[in-house]
Write a protein that binds this ligand. Structure first.
Ligand code: GLN
Length: 285
């Protein structure tokens, strides 16, 4: 089997199974198995796969047909230009979450202390530290902390920090339970899907992302409510709270922030035009 045949067989099989991104997924799996980039593929479509590559590739196609996310098959997802290790213990980083990381990056300054609650794979806080350093918005005096209630997430996040040489510390904590310091910026992409909606999500998400990372309880706002209420004990005056939100949560989250002493509240839309990020400044003295 050559590259072109492999791609056609894979794409056909995924299409038949109703996988949305059949073409892209087949290409990415082929690249992952053979190491052949798109350029290599274009120049050399008749390059033969080794027997082992063929077996691994067909096995991956079979698993993808069963709706196992591509990222769980390769063990990786890119976020903000960095490759992160992922596994069924963490939410796969989403492209729209880059908006939250970018918003935090704009506010970052040398010496700032930043906390990422519900850090999962650690993708937000690690890319913030890495890019912050490069852009000289962070130096040795910053502090970057990530926390998560899940020990599996903390292990994965720590491995990801190691992979990128990021100076981020991680701790297992139910939101602020084990946090002791105050911060200048608190970031969170908490679980925000209403429990009743989870059953309607696509199988890749519903069955393979950890439910713990999705479920925002009955009205989807459980974690915003808790974080907004408790953050005042952990934010320096003038400190910022930044959230990712679901497309229909702007009004409620904004209201919660206003009621709890936050000012200069801003909402940002993602590339799809959906409300995605909310920022507030903690202003009570
Ligand atoms: N954006 C994710 C999704 O659509 C949800 C992530 C979350 O709840 N924080 O599945």
């Amino acid at each position: 089997m050559n590259l072109r045949e492999a791609r056609e067989i894979g794409e056909g099989a995924l299409k038949e199974a109703g996988i949305g991104d059949a073409s892209a997924d087949a290409r990415l799996m082929l690249e992952w198995v053979t190491g052949a980039s798109m350029t290599e593929y274009a120049l050399n479509p008749f390059r033969k796969l080794t027997e082992e590559q063929e077996a691994v590739y067909l096995d991956l196609i079979g698993k993808r047909k069963m709706r196992i996310p591509l990222q769980h098959l390769t063990g990786e997802q890119e976020f903000m230009g960095f490759s992160f290790q992922v596994n069924p213990g963490v939410l796969i980083p989403r492209q729209e979450t880059e908006l939250l990381a970018e918003a935090a990056l704009k506010l970052l300054k040398p010496g700032m202390r930043v906390l990422d609650l519900c850090t999962g794979s650690g993708c937000i806080i690690i890319s913030l530290e890495q890019i912050g350093r490069r852009q000289e918005k962070a130096d040795g005096t910053n502090r970057f902390t990530g926390s998560d209630i899940s020990p599996a997430a903390i292990r994965t996040a720590a491995a990801n920090a190691g992979r990128h040489g990021a100076q981020v510390s991680f701790l297992e904590s139910d939101l602020f339970d084990r946090i002791q310091d105050r911060y200048d910026m608190i970031i969170s992409n908490p679980p925000y899907i209403r429990t009743a909606v989870i059953a309607e999500l696509e199988e890749e998400v519903r069955c393979h992302d950890p439910v713990l990372a999705l479920d925002g309880r009955e009205d989807g706002l459980y974690f915003y409510r808790r974080i907004i209420r408790e953050a005042e004990g952990y934010l320096n005056p003038g400190g910022r709270l930044l959230f990712e939100i679901g497309y229909d949560q702007k009004e409620e989250v904004t209201k919660l922030l206003e009621q709890n002493g936050y000012r200069e509240i801003r909402v940002q839309k993602d590339l799809a035009g959906l409300d995605r990020v909310v920022i507030g400044r903690y202003d009570r003295v």
